[in-house]
Design a protein. Sequence first.
Length: 271
Amino acid sequence: MRIRRLTLVALVLLTLLFLVDVRYLQPLVDRTGEPSIRLQVRPLIRPGFNAEKTRVFTRPQGQLASLVLQGSFGTVEVASSAGDDLVVRTVITAEKEADLAGFEVVETVSDSELSYELVYTGPQPAPAAGLSYQVEVPAGMEVSVVYSYGQVEVEEFVGFLQLLTSFSQVTVRGLQGSISVNNAYGSVELQGIAGPLRLDNVFATSLVDLVPVDGGYSFQVEVSHGNLLGNVTLEREMRQNSITAQGRYGAGVHPVAINSSFGTVTLNLRP
């Protein structure tokens, strides 16, 4: 598909630019004397999508335990609800009305997992298209989002959240449960997180803002070709182009693991 070819070309170009920058340019230095890399990779502007097709899926949770959302070139909005129903609003976007005809959002149920993805069954080559989501899920569910070239926004979520993103702006505001983020090229902002956290970030800036919880946190942070900021007290080991840090707050029950390459990590713990 044309989208895949564009994605591959963009990845190659950005990787070459970063390699040239690291090899031949002097790193920025902050007031502490440590190298500081601050990246602001904005999502690529999606093609001129002027046509759209909307569909809403609603079903009771029943035995469903997990939800998987896949897509690109749009937005994903996820929030927990007090009810027992899953509500998934999908919007397919394309350049013109005729391009929408071959696209459908497919809903699949496998055991306790419910998933959604965009499928094209029209004539080849497939036109460019995007898929956006607005989702409400019952509290306590596991939600996985696989997304590229867009924005992912999660607010007031209770449960288990897994994000696999690229070329996107990721924002989470308010989470009780656990969260895992694997991101490349973009920005990650995790605000008001209460629970275990794992973050793997490449060529991106990240902000992690934790809320104190019973049992406390244990921290394990690795930053290469970047910088580590924030108010969390950590024991640091400095090596060439890398920082390894660890520490504990309270009993250290809940693990916080961060691995970042080519970006600045800001790690804060609220009073």
